[in-house]
Design a protein around this ligand. Structure first.
Ligand code: NAP
Length: 305
């Protein structure tokens, strides 16, 4: 067992940056698991509840990094991760050599490798560790976590991951976690599409949609999207577990990689076009189950209870 410098024990002191839909429950699970946490969020109001839970609140990402053995970032997009890690008040200006930065956002694999390189020049390790399992998985601590970076650094951080997730896989060097996540987003895009087409057809045919979900969810066509997003659609609940605009960010990363590699992904490109239609209606902040909306328009019916 390795002793971490700041904590002086086998349990690292953790800094957590980004308390959004995912970061908030993930940070809470770390506190529940007994970790000493310092949090930072750009919109400071979101940090208040964490003071009540015994966490410290840092003024800047650099400030958070100063007292931490491990700094976790969970922000939106590639430029946001670059800003909180490499920006003028970024983690890199506070992190001590030997500490570990774990980026759990979904961002570009190549930008990840560049960030890891810049941190390595300061003696700071990095893991890319994007997640899958949605807000529900974040709340329940059952996320799938796909990790890139040095194996020995991964091994040291496994207990930290175990406080937030269940299926934790080391995929290879830096960038391999993010590349895995992009493959995962191909699956998610198409299971949402299949959920949406299934419900629109059932609705137009006059089926009881609750019974439809009950009948097909456990069969060969079942999926996380069908079981978790299907019920939301038929309740008319389009609140975001994962926003359309962030899903579009992931699809852009997927299609960029596919373009670079000469891989054809017609299904993912179709999902992209349907989400464009949702964004065209000014609804990019809805949950990604809103992919059904343009299909409902085309079919001339709504898939509601
Ligand atoms: P979210 O609710 O929009 O939260 C984003 C967080 O990032 C907020 O705390 C936001 O701060 C912060 N942030 C964004 N840009 C920033 C910047 N430039 N500087 C500092 N802070 C910044 O998004 P989310 O759903 O939690 O997603 C976070 C990441 O997880 C994304 O990469 C997403 O793709 C990935 N992810 C999401 C899900 C899901 O189901 N939601 C599942 C798997 C992976 P403010 O509070 O100030 O806005």
């Amino acid at each position: 067992m390795v002793t971490w410098i700041e904590s002086g024990s086998t349990k690292p002191k953790i800094g957590f940056i980004g308390l959004g839909i995912m970061g908030r429950p993930m940070a809470k699970n770390l506190i529940k698991a007994g970790y000493d946490l310092t949090v930072y969020n750009r919109t400071t109001a979101k940090t208040e509840e964490f003071r009540g839970l015994g966490a410290r609140v840092g003024d800047t990402p650099a400030d958070v990094a100063k007292g931490s053995d491990v700094v976790i970032t969970m922000v939106s997009d590639t430029p946001d991760v670059e800003e909180v890690i490499l920006g003028s008040q970024g983690v890199i200006h506070g992190a001590r050599p030997g500490s570990v930065v774990i980026d759990m956002s979904t961002i570009s694999p190549s930008a990840t490798r560049e960030i890891a390189q810049k941190l390595a020049e300061r003696g700071v390790e990095m893991l890319d560790a994007p997640v899958s399992g949605g807000e529900k998985g974040a709340i329940e601590g059952t996320l799938s976590i796909m990790v890139g970076g040095k194996k020995e650094v991964f091994d040291r951080c496994v207990p930290v991951f175990e406080a937030m997730g269940k299926n934790i896989v080391h995929m290879g060097p830096n960038g391999a976690g993010q590349t895995t996540k992009l493959c995962n987003q191909v699956l998610c895009s198409l299971t949402i599409l299949s959920m949406a087409e299934c419900l629109v057809l059932g609705a137009k045919a006059g089926l009881d949609l609750e019974k439809l979900l009950q009948a097909v969810s456990g069969g060969a066509g079942g999926s996380w999207s069908l079981s978790n997003l299907g019920p939301k659609v038929i309740r008319g609940d389009f609140s975001p577990g994962f926003m359309v605009k962030l899903h579009q960010k992931d699809i852009r990363l997927v299609l960029n990689l596919a373009n670079q590699l000469g891989v054809s992904l017609p299904g993912t490109a179709l999902a992209n076009q349907l989400f464009n239609a949702v964004e065209g209606q000014g609804e990019g902040n809805l949950g990604n189950q809103a992919m059904i909306k343009p299909l409902e328009k085309i079919a001339g019916c709504e898939a509601r209870k």
